[in-house]
Design a protein around this ligand. Structure first.
Ligand code: ZN
Length: 282
């Protein structure tokens, strides 16, 4: 092969490799930020130890419904507590629904907020304010918003972890970041898209967190209307049910849906609780 052609092929290969890496970073939404800063010798030793414990384990089922944390399902009980949970995903989805949070504060509605490390980086002051507010429980939505699969499975095109090591990074480094900033270690982890595999659940529990999915899909991520979301929430409301919504998309009608649902839920005797208030501790 002539030299010029070889150079051309090499240049093309380098171009495609760079393009693929850039695409992966965009998918991941971390803008290329390196994990190196998080890889202290202590952390790497910890990760190695945890990985060694699970080398023989299989990934198991891959689903968004591996386990429910909701304690009870009875509707007639005098205890009718609903857990409103709101995710902040980060990357291209790093907005902040300020009016929604103001509404929760005004109405004194306790809520659980699942945040990623990359959302925190883009919204540091807001995050500090939320973490200081006893109305809100801060939980772990992963460091980089990667879907936790120990074999690299994906859903809805969301960038997944490649392997067990990545899963530990996503869970543990997300938890450490929150702990460092708030002084409280998260008790719960929700994988991006809420999908994960059984091995990821075991790993989360091993490092002190319970994986949380949801019982009631509000429909905000499916761009449903406020009235449709209101119907979804009312239809799924049971004692102990976990409702999933987002607070990183001010353009989604989450506030409008809650303004419809909350008065009706209260009329039916529901109150609202944070996950740590009424679920089984890991
Ligand atoms: Zn998310």
């Amino acid at each position: 092969m002539p030299l010029s052609r070889k150079i051309l092929l090499l240049a093309l290969a380098a171009f495609f490799a760079a393009a693929a890496a850039a695409h992966a970073r965009r998918q991941r939404g971390d803008g290329g930020s390196s994990l190196a800063a998080y890889y202290t010798p202590e952390y790497l030793a910890f990760k190695k130890r945890i990985m060694a414990e699970f080398t023989r384990d299989k990934a198991g089922r891959f689903s968004e419904f591996l386990k429910h944390v909701g304690k009870g399902k009875e509707t007639s009980s005098e205890h009718k507590v609903l857990a409103l949970t709101f995710d902040a995903c980060g990357g291209r989805h790093s907005g902040y629904n300020e009016k929604l949070i103001e509404y929760l504060r005004r109405e004194q509605i306790p809520a659980t907020l699942f945040v990623t490390g990359i959302w925190i980086d883009k919204n540091r002051e807001i995050f500090d304010g939320l973490a200081r507010d006893p109305l809100f429980e801060i939980e772990n939505h992963g460091l980089l918003h990667r879907l936790c699969s120990t074999e690299g499975r994906s859903k809805y095109g969301v960038y997944p972890t490649r392997d067990l090591g990545d899963v530990i990074d996503e869970m543990e480094l997300g938890a450490r970041k929150i702990t460092q900033l708030t002084g409280r270690r998260p008790l719960f982890f929700r994988s991006a898209t809420a999908y994960s595999d059984e091995l990821s659940l075991k790993v989360a529990r091993r490092i002190g967190m319970e994986v949380v999915s949801y019982d009631v899909l509000s429909g905000d991520a499916m761009r449903q209307s406020a009235s449709r979301m209101n119907k979804n929430v009312l239809a799924g409301a049971r004692h102990g049910a976990v409702v999933i919504m987002h607070f990183n998309h001010p353009e989604w009608p989450v506030l409008e849906a809650l303004q419809l649902a909350v008065p009706e839920l209260r009329r039916r005797g529901f109150t609202f609780g944070r996950l740590e208030d009424f679920t089984v501790k890991p």
